[in-house]
Design a protein around this ligand. Structure first.
Ligand SMILES: Cc1ncc(C[n+]2csc(CCOP(=O)(O)OP(=O)(O)O)c2C)c(N)n1
Ligand SMILES: [Mg+2]
Length: 519
């Protein structure tokens, strides 16, 4: 068996069953080995940022890694932005980067580059396999490292001759460490704080935004009066009817400060202490209210839900969680101008049970949380690292991970263009993804930020860098060109009807919602 075959057999044996790939010459033996190991599904992505974002979406939903196969340093570089988002999401993910053969590197061929430091910026584990006899054990180590709580990126660098040389054997899967137990004294100390009668905010993040964490936190809030919030960009938030609702900490620091105002104690469960997304002249960076004490109930690598459950048993014995009531807006109709508000109402009216929403709607998504709060239970995946171009790839991976569940990609026009070729993979793989493009022909948020940072009033040259017009983007044509059936909606009535139809049919669809920008 050659190194590539042993590697892929080791991966499938360790639970890694999908490889989002954009290969090159140095990965040809890996590609060839896919026919020998049918348990591994290779998914072709036409840009590395799609492959890495898809592996992120897959890992968030499956709870185990997908692999992303990339071509040397440049391929890894192209995939880096969505690896950054995956690192922030603490997604378990295995990157396999092909490299030149060991003896070829010193010739400094054109694709030669320094891969390790590039990988190091996003990876919690990096290893270069030295021999084909080692590659399987290296891969098993890498998978276990990616799964180690709280989850992270492992990067295995695979020289071409390590791939093609014989003498390799698959390695057995390695045990995965469990999340750390939170000491009872810590839980008791936080319970004491909650009983103090002083204003408390309980901020959830990481695994805490899954249903068991939300239910325990809701019990605590009901019994003690603590305010409940979750981080601004959760990796995976379970929400909808029957699940306790929770507000996300606002993106805009002035709104976040209002949500936290008056808190004397800030209790963190899987979340980091809140900070402003950016620095603004004259404004503070930390959003911890002045005079508030920060208590870390659980770090992201801890058993966050277990700690919250034990906290609820101490601070809220006998109290039930406050489940969100089922409630949907009416499906909007009419032939006025389409707005983000109406799009959100249609999504809220039609969101199917068990849907997975990949949300990169940005400014146009303002109304989405409210309009969908009482929809049937669903998962909400957000832009964890703030690096745009995540939504369509994450939807790809989520759909591959959960073939029985409908996926909705809510995507702003500017962000969509970074990784638009994900649509081709949606079509190629027949994925049940409905993409809504919020086409406001603008980098709208940057218009807002221009004022917020106190820059000079925008002149024509500045506005020119923030408008997506001249030419206008035609997303219907772009989607059709990649095999995704598409339509355009200009009114609430058109949008509602098109969304209803897209959700009713399996396979990928795209709706271009033509709206005005806000702000
Ligand atoms: C990788 C990356 N490049 C650039 C940015 C800066 N940036 C933030 S928002 C934005 C434009 C967003 O436009 P769009 O996706 O259309 O959303 P809108 O603001 O119009 O709602 C840009 C370029 C970023 N966050 N990430
Ligand atoms: Mg836009």
């Amino acid at each position: 068996m050659n190194g590539a075959q042993a590697l892929i057999r080791t991966l499938t044996g360790s639970g890694v069953k999908v490889c989002f790939s954009n290969p090159g010459t140095s990965e040809m033996h890996f590609v060839a080995a896919l026919d020998a190991v049918p348990e591994m599904r290779g998914v072709l992505c036409l840009f590395e940022g799609v492959a890495t974002g898809a592996a992120d979406g897959y890992g968030r939903m499956a709870g185990r890694p997908a692999a992303a196969l990339l071509h040397l340093g440049p391929g890894l570089g192209n995939g880096l932005a969505n690896l950054h988002n995956a690192r922030r999401a603490r997604t378990p993910l295995l990157v396999v980067v092909g490299d030149h053969a060991t003896y070829h590197k010193r010739f400094d061929a054109p694709l030669e580059s320094d891969i390790e430091p590039l990988a190091g910026t996003v990876s919690s584990w990096v290893r270069r396999s030295a021999r084909s006899a080692d590659v399987a054990a290296d891969a098993a180590d890498g998978v276990a490292a990616a799964m180690r709580p709280p989850g992270g990126i492992s990067t295995l660098i695979l020289p071409a001759d390590v791939s093609w040389s014989e003498g390799a054997e698959p390695a057995p899967p390695l045990p995965v460490r469990a999340p750390a137990f939170v000491p009872q004294e810590m839980v008791e100390s936080v319970a004491g704080t909650l009983r103090s009668g002083e204003p408390c905010v309980l901020l959830l993040g990481g695994p805490g935004t899954r249903r068991p964490g939300l239910e325990a936190a809701s019990r605590v809030a009901e019994a003690t009066g603590a305010r409940l919030l979750c981080e601004t960009f959760p990796a995976r938030l379970e929400r909808g009817a029957g699940i306790p609702g929770i507000d996300r900490l606002a993106y805009l620091a002035e709104f976040a400060a209002e949500q936290l105002a008056g808190a004397r104690h800030l209790i963190l469960a899987g979340a980091a202490a809140p900070v402003s997304f950016f620095a603004y002249p004259g404004k503070v960076s930390s959003l911890v209210p002045a005079g508030a004490e920060v208590h870390v109930l659980a770090e992201p690598a801890d058993d966050v839900c277990g700690a919250l459950g034990r906290l609820a048993d101490l601070a809220a014995p006998g109290t039930k969680p406050l489940a969100r009531e089922a409630e949907r807006p009416e499906l909007p109709s009419g032939d006025g101008h389409l707005t983000g508000d109406a799009v959100a109402a249609a999504v809220g009216a039609l969101l199917p049970e068990g849907a997975i929403v990949s949300d990169e709607a940005n400014t146009s998504g303002l109304w989405l949380p409210g309009a969908t709060a009482g929809a049937p239970p669903h998962d909400w995946l957000t832009l964890t690292g703030g690096s745009i171009g995540q939504g369509l790839p994450v939807a790809t991976g989520a759909a591959v991970a959960c073939p029985g569940r409908p996926v909705l990609a809510l995507e702003a026009d500017g962000s969509a263009m970074y990784t638009l070729s994900a649509l081709w993979t949606h079509a190629r793989e027949g994925l049940d993804i409905t993409t809504v493009i919020f086409n406001n022909r603008s980098y709208a948020i940057l218009n807002m930020e221009l004022n917020r940072v106190g820059a000079e009033p925008a002149g024509n040259a500045a506005r020119n860098l923030l408008e997506l017009s001249r030419p206008d983007l035609d997303f219907v044509a772009l989607a059709n060109g990649m095999g995704v059936p598409a339509s355009r909606a200009r009114t609430p009535g058109e949008f509602g009807a098109q969304l209803q139809q897209a959700l009713a049919e399996p396979g990928p669809h795209l709706i271009e919602a033509v709206i005005e920008r806000i702000g």
